[in-house]
Write a protein that binds this ligand. Structure first.
Ligand code: ADP
Ligand code: ZN
Ligand code: ZN
Length: 670
């Protein structure tokens, strides 16, 4: 009798064994999908991971039968299957969770997709368009990258904003294609794909496939099938999930804006870092990796300094345009003198006024969406909070609602304070909506656009905002961290960072690294052609070293200084970190569980365990959260540590008291 061990998209560990009926046994292969019964009366689409003839050891177990074989050819290559196993091991999640994240919905649903691939167009007569030729600095960087690849699998291109990194990538892609290799170009954000795909499509035409989550399941399923065909795309441009696509002859991986936190999936599992997985995937395929950024992550920079990665600096902007001049605006001082106009300093208003008079564009960055981060009763101080999470609700004026940014709960804005019945409820602080209103009031002739989660729910909405700004149909673009990304606009002469303070004072050891990256990146949007741009950096913490490092574009200074602290406290990249998350509905249970988990983990890992503590938002979606942080020396065998972690979790969950608890791990958290 033949059996198939099947991966199912469920968070239970292990594979599920089914019997293969005679009629299917001959055709079934590893990597083919099957329809199987699951639980009392469900059916699921799974994937064959192993074929064998051993009945389950437990003779009392009822083995169910495969209902249908979906594919005659595998839709998963052996390299992909190995990668899935690695992800499940390393990130401490189930193979089913990897399956769920990896395969587009269309391919997991019970409706049969058409067998794709065969009739894809042929590229034989499609040539590559010519590029602009490179500047001497770009050519030197290109040569240096090739040289670094002689001795390193991975090379870090540390090129200032607007140094023309994309043109360098384009040359490397063209070379790889000429060698008959495939290229994966990873981007952190959907917002970047539009501009970038336009640029790359102009060169590579239909050899380029795009893959991201705003695409429909159908489109994503088609890309997957195409990658298995005899005419796969030569280049895939995509966000993190594109590491899961089949590549038959991968030769080059480019990770653009490699420092971006978005490469890490936070929720749900697998909590993988696509940059790191891509590096591994490239190494296994014998391909090279290029990491590019103006502000490297400390992890990558450390690896480069230690000789693990090659390092290529590119210090001048294309066209030798100067980096923007960053001016510090001391908000504390201006507040004292009562010179602030809402969120705007007189300096920023003046800079904006002169930019608008010269018909130049402006980008304003404020890392808060909505109208105001919280609402407060002016008489008794009452603040509406989310009933499910431990946070104040944000006021959204456009939709007329109070919204929780953690769980999505929303409620109508009350007409009066429920505590003291005063009708005087006021919004506190400035979100992007409110800034948009203020701008309309102060500059009635200016055309203002807003880019944040609320205005970019659809792919076309994103594209519209970016197209309008690129074509100068809008004058001022205000937005959240979305506007800090590697966008390339010609007429932006002024960038305003409205408040650096929330990001600087986050309770996170990476707060300064992050703030530097965000501020330098948004500053880099200014003055990209011809003339030097101006950046006004408003802050209450004008004395902090990191502010001056941004002004001087002093990445080295930031790195040297921050690494001292990382060394003192044994933080990454000098250690490997795992966060153990514990969640439960009852506060007494979570506290008992956290204490118990701490004792057990300390008995194994000793003083490498920190906590338990509460995360910044200690209750989300009605679940109380505690966490334990484990910092491991890189020299320790990490596979052993992972076994201990899994074992501790099983022991804890076996205790009746904690039965309904959730325990999960975040490996290499960001
Ligand atoms: P980065 O990715 O380093 O921020 P980009 O690749 O976006 O920089 O380049 C900045 C600008 O300079 C873009 O508008 C790009 O078209 C232009 N540019 C870069 N290199 C060249 C080149 N060799 N010839 C012409 N234009 C270039
Ligand atoms: Zn009140
Ligand atoms: Zn909530």
């Amino acid at each position: 009798m033949k059996f198939a061990d099947v991966i199912l998209p469920v968070p239970l560990p292990g594979l599920f064994t089914y019997e293969l009926p005679e009629t299917l046994a001959a055709e079934a292969q590893v990597g083919c999908r099957v329809v199987v019964p699951f639980g009392a009366k469900q059916t699921k689409v799974g994937m064959i991971a192993r074929l064998h003839e051993q009945p389950p050891a437990d003779a009392t177990m009822v083995v169910k039968t495969v209902k249908e074989l979906v594919d005659r050819e595998p839709i998963l290559l052996p390299t992909q299957w190995q990668l899935w196993q690695w992800i499940s091991d390393y990130y401490l999640c189930t193979i089913g969770e990897v399956f769920k994240a990896a395969v587009p919905g269309k391919l997991k649903s019970l409706t049969r997709p058409p067998r794709g691939g065969e009739d894809s167009p042929s590229f034989e007569d499609i040539g590559l368009a010519d590029l602009p030729s490179l500047s001497p600095a770009q050519s030197a960087a290109l040569a240096a990258i090739r040289e670094q690849w002689q001795t390193h699998k991975v090379c870090l291109l540390h090129g200032v904003t607007s140094s023309g990194k994309t043109e360098i990538y384009t040359h490397l892609i063209a070379e790889a294609i000429q060698r008959g290799e495939q290229v994966l170009y990873l981007l952190p954000e959907i917002v970047l794909t539009t501009q970038l795909t336009d640029r790359l499509r102009a060169v590579f035409g239909d050899r380029l496939g795009v893959y991201h989550s705003k695409f429909s399941d159908k489109e994503r399923g088609a890309v997957w099938q195409r990658q298995l065909s005899r005419q796969p795309y030569d280049i895939i441009v995509g966000v993190r999930s594109s590491i899961f696509l089949p590549f038959q002859r991968l030769g080059l991986v480019i990770v653009d804006e490699e420092h971006e936190v978005n490469f890490k999936q936070q929720e749900p599992a697998p909590r993988y870092n696509a940059r790191n997985v891509a590096i591994l995937m490239a190494a296994r395929a014998g391909a090279h990796t290029l990491l590019g950024t103006a502000t490297p992550s400390f992890e990558s920079y450390y690896n480069a300094r230690m000789g693990k990665y090659g390092l290529v600096p590119l210090t001048e902007r294309f066209g030798q345009v100067q980096l923007p001049a960053v001016e510090i605006v001391d908000v504390k001082e201006l507040r004292r003198k009562r010179l602030m106009q809402g969120p705007f300093s007189p300096q920023l208003l003046e800079a904006m006024q002169s930019a608008l008079s010269a018909d130049e564009q402006i980008i304003l960055f404020q890392n808060r969406r909505g109208y105001a981060p919280q609402l407060q009763c002016h008489v008794c101080g009452w603040v509406p909070r989310c009933p499910h999470c431990d946070v104040p609700l944000s006021l959204h004026k456009r939709s007329g609602r109070l919204t929780c940014h953690y769980c999505g709960y929303s409620a109508e804005v009350p007409a009066q304070c429920p505590a003291c019945e005063t009708p005087d409820l006021r919004g506190h602080g400035f979100g992007t909506e409110r800034i948009e209103d203020e701008l309309q009031r102060l500059f009635p002739a200016a055309r203002v656009a807003r880019m944040d989660l609320d205005t970019t729910r659809t792919r076309t909405a994103y594209e519209q905002i970016i197209d309008d700004f690129a074509a100068h149909r809008t004058d001022i673009l205000v937005g959240t961290q979305m506007v800090t990304k590697g966008l390339d606009f010609e007429h932006v002469s002024v960038v305003g960072i409205l408040s650096a303070d929330t990001m600087l004072h986050q309770p996170d050891f990476r707060a300064f690294e992050r703030s530097f990256q965000m501020m330098s990146q948004v500053a880099g949007r200014a003055g990209r052609r011809q003339r030097q741009g101006r950046v006004l950096l408003q802050t209450m913490s004008a004395d902090l070293a990191v502010i001056h490092q941004v002004v001087g574009n002093d990445y080295q200074g930031l790195y040297q200084e921050q690494m001292l602290e990382r060394r003192d406290f044994n933080y990454p990249p000098l250690s490997r970190m795992v966060i153990v998350y514990l969640k439960h509905r009852h506060v007494s249970t979570i506290e008992a569980l956290a204490r118990d988990a701490a004792v057990r983990l300390r008995s194994i890992f000793g003083s490498r365990v920190l906590g338990p503590d509460e995360p910044p938002i200690p209750r989300v979606q009605s679940l109380y959260i505690r966490r334990l942080i484990i910092k491991l020396e890189p020299s320790l065998p990490f596979s052993r540590a992972r076994q201990y972690l899994l074992q501790t979790r099983s022991e804890l969950l076996a205790e009746r008291l904690y039965g309904a608890a959730t325990i999960y791990f975040d490996v290499d958290p960001l």
